[in-house]
Design a protein. Sequence first.
Length: 387
Amino acid sequence: MSNILITIKKELRAILRDKKSLMMMLVIPLMIPLYLILFSYVYDDMMSEKNDVESKEYLVGINYSLTEEEQTIAQELNLNTEYGTKEELSKMYEDKKISAYIIKKDNKYTIYSNTKEQNSAEVTLIASQYLESYNYVLGHEYLANFPVDFDKVDNSIVVETEELKGTSEAVNMLLFVGVIYAMMGISLTAIYGVTDTIAGEKERGTLETLLTFPIKSSELVIGKYLAITISCIISSILSTILIILSLSISSNLFSIYDDAIININIFSLLITMLLMISYSIFVSGLCITIASFTKSYKEAQSSLAPVNFITMIPMIFYVTNITLDAKISLIPIVSHTMFINDLITIGLTNNTILYLIIILLSTLVYSSILIYVIIKLFKNEKVLFSN
């Protein structure tokens, strides 16, 4: 045990002295609040622009005089009109003074527009709503000549809507990418720590020297493994705190979080931490295993680069609307990322408790296998000292 503790202290001291390892451990998690707050502002601004569009005024050309009813409808829809003959309106359209125009002939109204152009398409939609509303008014005027109960005509059913708290696509995506950032920080911490701890020492010849001391290869492996895992856990703790803090700040500042469910409490915080520690244990073993087969620092960097790319795989599942289930719970990092996102945005259910157990147990099994493989590799001189 003393040999393991000495190895842990030695490796942690080396990691903390290495600027690249320290940067990956601390700086990458600091990107999380910057990302969450910045993009929350962007989404909130987009929603404001959408509301501005709803109050936008539209201009359409017409070749007829509006009745009082039509004027009222047009005013309610923020629809302004420009009068002219068909030829005059066509010329105004070509000169881009209007985006669409309506030609009335007898009882037929024809809207001339280019729906492939955004502004023209918007005006066409509003003009169509205006004509549909006017058609409704004319229908009522016709029915007024008969003994008709208009309350039954207009209110055969009553429809109301009430806004409920629930999931928000914008908030879900922001949080999902935030969790991916956290996982990326953990992966990079493991990659940079392992590159120097394993490949760097192998290249410098210090690994061979260490094995001449009265220390078992298994003790050396466990010591290095725990040192890398501890550095990853530090990164995961910082990431978790920053995610919760960023969400708390953003939910108070931006309207996109209104009525969106965000489960920020001690329980969700503890489970999030548990999952990130679980991933730290797994990715540390994976990186050490890969680095054990490399011969130099540069080769280790190249070989370990794909480990960081796998942190983006969960995004594919998110984009394709694949949800977490028992099978996906067996896939490392994908299951960790998806579960944390679901935990904060949906909450814990009976199914998710089962998925949590599967994730933790499967990760433990994978990590145990990796540790066994690493110990075997450290006993193989051809693997450790081949040049």
